[in-house]
Design a protein. Sequence first.
Length: 224
Amino acid sequence: MDIAQTNAAQSAGATLNRASTPASDKAVLSSDFETFLTMLTAQIQNQDPLNPIDSTDFATQLATFSSVEQQVRSNDLLAVLGEQMQAIGVSQLSNWVGMTARATMPVIFDGSPVTITTAGQAQADTAELVVRDSSGTVVQRLPVSPARQEMEWAGVTDVGSPLSAGTYDLSVESFVQGDLVATAPAYVHGRIIEARNEDGLPLLVMAGGQVVTPNDVVGLREGD
């Protein structure tokens, strides 16, 4: 056995062990390094005397251990930063509570009119508001302006009877000379009553019961 190789490995190991700076991680890193040294020592003791392990192999193993160790610590740091960013996100979104949002979300209809914003294709000559129930069936089509407009959707049929209470999806279909050229969501207005973090995702809860992400919101204004 090459004593110089062993001393070099132990010296490098001691240097690596001193490199761990966070006080809270010292016990874990020290334990991992001691396990690594135990395995390295067993490898040296059981090597073939006629074909000893090259010293560069030891250096490679030490470098690999160091790389894995640093990656683990980096992942832990990223996890902590992620939790902090999530907390900051919810804290910022709390300022939205009480405001009226214009967002891509379904309508939870209870018989009361719902404020929506429609916007068709700019080049369209006609447009329709298409209402689908929770099964995806079209239950209503209403002519609307291709231009952007804010309107009240009453939730009543052509004969004036109210639609059943439930969840409806509203979209705008744009036509040019009778041909469908584009489909876009109708933005629903609703008051934000809660901002929360769920499974690492910031969410907003609307007064109507809808739960949306901040990315679904396209506009905000003071609560009505």
